[in-house]
Design a protein around this ligand. Sequence first.
Ligand SMILES: C[S@@+](CC[C@H](N)C(=O)[O-])C[C@H]1O[C@@H](n2cnc3c(N)ncnc32)[C@H](O)[C@@H]1O
Length: 243
Amino acid sequence: MRIDIITIFPDMLKNTLDESIMRRAIGLGLVEVNIIDLRDYSLSKHKKVDDTPYGGGAGMLLQFPPLYEALQAIKQANTKVLITSPRGKTFNQQMAESLSQLEHIVILAGHYEGFDERIYHFVDEEVSVGDFVLTGGEIPALLITDAVVRLLDDVIKKESHENDSFSNGLLEHPHYTKPATYQGFDVPEVLKNGNHKEIDQWRHYEALKQTYMKRPDLLKDYPLTKQDLKWLEQIKKELGETK
Ligand SMILES: C[S@@+](CC[C@H](N)C(=O)[O-])C[C@H]1O[C@@H](n2cnc3c(N)ncnc32)[C@H](O)[C@@H]1O
């Protein structure tokens, strides 16, 4: 897979891409991530890429010509072009999963007041990372790239992400590591007895409980089994909601 990020602040992205899993994935050639400086596509001799909005108003906008020229230079038949914007569809795990199946993504990182609207003729999807406004699209571009890259084959073990929150419709169960006891706080017995069936059941029960407590909206779309429904009743009792 190849991800191209178009930005006017390339340095904001470089360090993050050069750390941890992202660095490893790029180093192993499991993904190619290119940071493209929009100024390289400026039509002006001073590399200007922004200007004031028609009609007046505060702030600057990224101009249409450099955005257009950059896309023309890198877009291929199989490219999906994403634009970062608070107006877009809110990014989630399902979007990360479907993007991870693609061969080539381009992410446009905006700045100032955003983009000259004409670039939207060349965009496939407008993506928001939440109902708030950031200074620029660099952090959203990194966030999307990170969420997608960790799902690619061989980047991390499949078992490591297939039970992650949102991957199977529930939030993830709690985890514990050594020591087994510290300052009177103990690891649940079931996790130490080596009985994998019991451990899996405990984890599923706890995932249901976390989801019920923190994101009950997710349970509406989750295919609850008869056993899940019984467990949910037990969870409500445990939480003192029913007798
Ligand atoms: C200051 S914002 C512009 C906000 C724009 N004037 C508006 O009200 O929708 C500058 C850039 O940051 C990025 N950005 C800010 N908040 C974002 C969010 N929640 N999701 C995705 N991108 C965002 C976009 O690329 C945007 O063009």
